[in-house]
Design a binder for this molecule. Structure first.
Ligand code: GCB
Length: 615
């Protein structure tokens, strides 16, 4: 068994694009040691710590490699790297916002910290967990490589070989590289800032030899949910994924105290099970009911809070728990504009969802990549529905099998982390990908993979609208394969002025729910003037007024909208020296946290919809 673990570890090291085996979920519901805080760093644009002067990868024992401990024992020793004050960065956090030298930096930074263990127990297993590192991470402990990972927005973990851990002064180094590449996901071209660094939490998890690595608990998808059955009898289905390094006859215990449910599952019953519960309250935006759940195995207990609900489509409608819903959404980037940085913790999530609530929204599109787990956790407890997406954005390399594999890896990591979040109702496999047969096959393959991994949610992708005819046509062939047809529309901003919306009609080639995944216009907060002057708040207000009028004339499959975007966000593509200065200005809230006029327009529209339950 030990050999198998080593083989898996080697596979992970050699093929960073491959889906990792054994992602441990719900870290905060387990005992772990946080490795957040102050880390030392070296900026290494030439990757000197990784390649020697012949540009050959350094071997593991090379004392000049930056994963090695810089030890000056004698005065004549030549050491050319080191980890010392004042060169420190806070983890979690992007590096760009932490020192001027990082503002535009794209390349390698080495992070280092040391840690002690209060109770190093060689009978236990230890895993290093990273919530996300953008984009490529190589992890070394005590001068040995323990793994690498690609993908800037999803979690990963590596088992630490026991012989490597010490009680004191463990020397942990992470090489982080955020250089953009044509064959990566996202590719070189995006409309958002390429924030680099260890952007999410880091932890050391101590686990027994055999433990529950992951689990799924949800309302069984194939039961009919009638209104009258509310608070009644439902079937829950699920599975436990046990990670074993030795034989065990232990049983997995599942307890949901509020439902008076307690059961022991033997090994042969854990990969798929079902049970009935009574008096279950379903999760919904009006009643975001979550149940405390305890899973115990081998003296290790995991606590979670899980909501149960059903999301589906029926003809032209989206149904939540059997009832038609309209998605009053808003798109969000993972940024706190006032601090010009990535959002990273609970406080940040509270701030962003505070705006969302204020807007009377019931849904968020977390664009264009999986956001940190605090976001989906808070959405669960606030009753906000979530669209979660992988960064298959614009023109990635659709010809490449390897790129497809990388997209599938990110998809799997996103779904594995968040599949127990009731709030997540839509998995999106990409945004504004250009129509071609190769693209459609690529995306279709992602949709199929999504359904295989999780058949209890809707699958979509943000498509484009064809404006150049009498009508606005939605006929991207990918629409045939998604559960809801989603489109980004910018009539009146890109091309023409908002009055173009007055006479515009829509035709959708698919008899499915239609979702407007983006619409928006730029305005510089605090800049006022005539409505037909670009960048004024009045222009943006006008755009929203016309958009809402147009939405009222939409075909009857119109099922929701998530305008672009909640707040201004950083983008290297936005270079007007007066109005943009590196910001995409389509936020309803500006970079100081002030609401623009259009915020109130959307807020009222949503209030009306909520009251009248119409569009
Ligand atoms: C889009 C993209 C989004 C951009 C936005 C814009 O269609 O999906 O990522 O930021 O337009 O502002 O142009």
């Amino acid at each position: 068994m030990k050999n198998i673990v080593i083989i898996i570890l080697l596979l992970v090291i050699n093929y960073p694009g491959q889906a990792q085996e054994g992602l441990i979920t719900n870290i905060n519901g387990r005992e772990s040691k946080s490795l957040n805080g102050s880390w030392n760093y070296i900026i290494d644009p030439y990757e000197t710590g990784f390649y020697d002067y012949r540009y050959k990868e350094r071997n593991e024992n090379d004392g000049e490699a930056y994963w090695s401990r810089p030890q000056e024992e004698k005065k004549e020793d030549r050491i050319e790297h080191g980890y010392e004050e004042p060169y420190t960065l806070q983890v979690p956090g992007d590096w760009n916002s932490q020192a001027d030298v990082f503002k535009y930096y794209e390349g390698t930074v080495w992070y280092q910290r040391s840690f002690d263990l209060d109770d190093l127990d060689k009978n236990e297993r230890y895993f290093l967990y990273f919530g996300a590192v953008n984009y490529e991470a190589h992890v070394y402990l005590n001068e040995k490589k323990i793994g690498s990972h690609k993908g800037g927005f999803t979690p990963f973990n590596f088992e630490v070989p026991k012989e490597l851990l010490q009680k004191e002064d463990n020397f942990l180094v992470v090489k982080v590289d955020n250089k953009r590449h044509p064959e990566e996901i996202p590719t070189v071209n995006t409309d958002w800032w390429n924030f680099g660094g260890i952007t999410r939490d880091v932890a050391l998890i101590k686990l027994p030899n055999n433990f529950v690595e992951d689990y799924t608990l949800r309302l069984s998808p194939d039961q009919d949910i009638e209104r009258s059955e509310r608070k009644n009898k439902f079937t829950i289905s699920g599975s436990f994924k046990v990670n074993e390094s030795a034989d065990s006859n232990a049983k997995v215990n599942l307890e949901i105290p509020e439902l008076k449910f307690k059961k022991e599952f033997t090994k042969d019953a854990i990969s798929e099970f079902e049970f009935n519960v009574k008096n279950l309250e379903l999760w919904s935006p009006e009643n975001p009911k979550l149940y405390d759940v305890k899973i115990s195995y081998n003296n290790h207990t995991i606590s979670d809070k899980i909501g149960f609900r059903k999301i589906e489509t029926s003809g032209k409608d989206i149904l939540l728990n059997g009832e038609k819903i309209f998605l009053r959404g808003i798109s969000i980037h993972e940024e706190i504009p006032q601090d010009v940085r990535r959002a990273k913790n609970k406080e940040d999530a509270k701030q962003l969802f505070g705006y969302v609530k204020d807007l009377n929204a019931n849904m968020v599109r977390l664009a264009h990549y999986p956001h940190n787990e605090n976001m989906t956790r808070l959405a669960d407890s606030l009753g906000i529905m979530v669209w979660s997406e992988i960064p298959v954005y614009w023109t990635i390399d659709f010809e490449s099998e390897k790129v497809l594999e990388k997209a599938k890896t990110q998809l799997q990591e996103m779904i594995t982390r968040d599949k127990n979040r009731a709030s997540v109702i839509i998995w999106s496999v990409g945004n504004e990908t250009p129509v071609s047969e190769t693209r459609t096959n690529f995306m279709k393959s992602l949709i199929e993979r999504t359904r295989k991994l999780d058949n209890t949610r809707l699958v979509s992708a943000a498509l484009e609208v064809g404006y150049n005819r009498e009508k606005n046509y939605v006929d991207d062939p990918l629409g045939e394969f998604t559960d809801i047809v989603s489109v980004n529309e910018y009539l009146g901003w890109y091309g023409d002025l908002p009055h173009a919306k007055e006479n515009s009609n829509w035709e959708v080639a698919y008899d499915k729910p239609l979702f407007i995944s983006e619409t928006g216009a730029g305005a510089k907060g605090g800049f006022y003037g005539e409505k037909n002057e670009r960048w004024t708040e009045e222009f943006q207000q006008w755009y929203y007024e016309e958009t809402i009028k147009m939405m009222k004339r939409m075909p009857d499959n119109y099922s929701g909208i998530s305008p672009w975007i909640l707040t201004d966000f950083r983008s290297p593509r936005r270079n007007h020296p007066k109005y943009q200065e590196g910001w995409n200005r389509k936020g309803l809230i500006d970079d100081k946290g002030n609401k623009k006029k259009a915020f109130n327009i959307l807020q009222k529209y949503y209030e009306e919809i909520e009251k009248n339950k119409s569009k």
